[in-house]
Design a protein around this ligand. Structure first.
Ligand code: NAD
Ligand code: TYD
Length: 351
């Protein structure tokens, strides 16, 4: 079956991997990428697929229901993969209302728009919402989040994602709206904006700047290579059951401080320097307020029901990531200098 898919947030980190994967692997599909191009959205992430006949980009805001509906009608959209969001916990602590607006109201607006456009027939339609393990809150030293774990969000970011998940579930239950949710652990890989832990550390090591480790670096995250997340999204999109939630994870827990040490070793190797050089930059800084101690996800449902498992082990993924940042110094320079923002403001000043 041919699909006509609206991907929101396709110019961001994970979204750009999903767009590239679908455009390349499914030439018979039409992929429409709708993105507002906030500071985190970068069309340089998509240069590989820019001219592809089965791909188009529209600059737009998920909060603009009338515009979303016009795109859906004009493009004959039958499926949505919704990634657009404000995604950084530290920013959510500064401007929590922005997260409620984009993540909660934005998702609700998109749901409502899709329901209106699809009202004559829901058959063959799908709204796939990309969420996060952070909605489950924080774990102690043991245990894993399952799909049945209660939601217990503890940062404004995770609260806003939990709010969006509730609206997606409410549409499923209230209207029989065909929706799926997946909740993934921390991603890493190429195109990651250098405000998140791994790309920030890579950038700072290159620059010889301090590596800020929050608190004692004891917090634990479960890291998944971004292309594995994109492959899980592909599997769930094609084979997942509407009304279901699927956890996605890497079985790959790391204490932040251990991860930073490993990354320093990889960077020293890459930069052909004496081992231990990058580690000298590690600086313990004031902890993040309300810092979730540990995330770890049980993705056995996804493996059991749909046969998905991750394919990239952490040392390999980390090396691939480091190599990508070295091969794409210009990308890093552009996103850190803000030059690309000025370019977009000029290019798209009409919206
Ligand atoms: P990102 O911040 O890199 O990208 C977000 C994208 O959304 C950007 O391109 C931005 O321009 C766009 N956007 C923001 N507001 C918009 C709006 N109002 N209308 C249209 N577009 C808008 O985020 P990411 O890390 O790629 O995360 C993508 C999704 O995956 C998010 O929903 C996030 O919650 C979820 N997620 C992320 C991780 C992770 O580790 N990064 C893990 C699990 C789930
Ligand atoms: P981050 O990449 O922001 O993802 P999240 O908060 O969504 O898990 O942070 C990952 C972990 O790294 C988290 O425990 C906070 C920590 N951290 C630092 O220690 N220093 C930093 O500069 C950043 C950005 C994060």
């Amino acid at each position: 079956m041919k699909r006509r898919i609206l991907i929101t947030g396709g110019a961001g980190f994970i979204g750009s991997h999903v767009v590239r994967r679908f455009v390349k692997n499914y030439p018979a599909y039409k992929i429409v990428n709708l993105d507002k191009l906030t500071y985190a959205g970068n069309l340089e992430n998509l240069s590989e697929v820019e001219g592809s006949p089965n791909y188009s980009f529209v600059k737009g805001d998920v909060l603009d229901g009338a515009f979303v509906k016009s795109v859906m009608v004009n493009e004959g959209i039958d499926s949505i993969i919704h990634l657009a969001a404000e995604s950084h916990v530290d920013r959510s602590l500064e401007t929590p209302a922005d997260f409620a607006v984009t993540n909660v109201v934005g998702t609700l607006t998109l749901l409502h728009s899709a329901r209106e456009v699809w009202k004559s027939a829901l058959d063959g339609k799908l709204f796939y919402h990309i969420s996060t393990d952070e909605v489950y809150g924080s774990l102690g030293a043991t245990g894993l989040f399952t799909e049945e774990s209660p939601m217990d969000p503890r940062s404004p970011y995770s609260a806003s994602k939990a709010g969006s998940d509730h609206f997606v579930s409410a549409f499923s239950h209230s209207y029989g709206f065909p929706a799926i949710i997946s909740r993934c652990s921390n991603n890493y890989g190429p195109n990651h904006f250098p405000e998140k832990l791994i790309p920030l550390m890579i950038h700072n090591i290159i620059q010889g700047k301090p590596l800020p480790v929050y608190g004692k670096g004891e917090n634990v995250r479960d890291w998944l290579y971004v292309e594995d997340h994109a492959s899980a999204i592909d599997t769930i999109f094609h084979s997942g059951r509407p009304g279901e939630v699927y956890n996605i994870g890497g079985n790959n827990e790391w204490k932040n401080i251990d991860l930073v040490h490993l990354l320093c070793q990889v960077m020293d190797q890459k930069m052909k320097r004496t081992p231990g050089t990058a580690e000298q930059l590690i600086t313990f800084v004031k902890d993040r307020p309300g810092h979730d101690l540990r995330y770890a996800i049980d993705s056995s449902k996804l493996k059991r029901e749909l046969g998905w498992s991750p394919s990239v082990d952490f040392p390999t993924g980390l090396k691939k990531t480091v190599n990508w940042y070295f091969d794409n110094k210009e990308w890093l320079e552009h996103v850190t200098s803000g030059a690309y923002r000025q370019y977009y403001d000029r290019m798209y000043s009409n919206r």
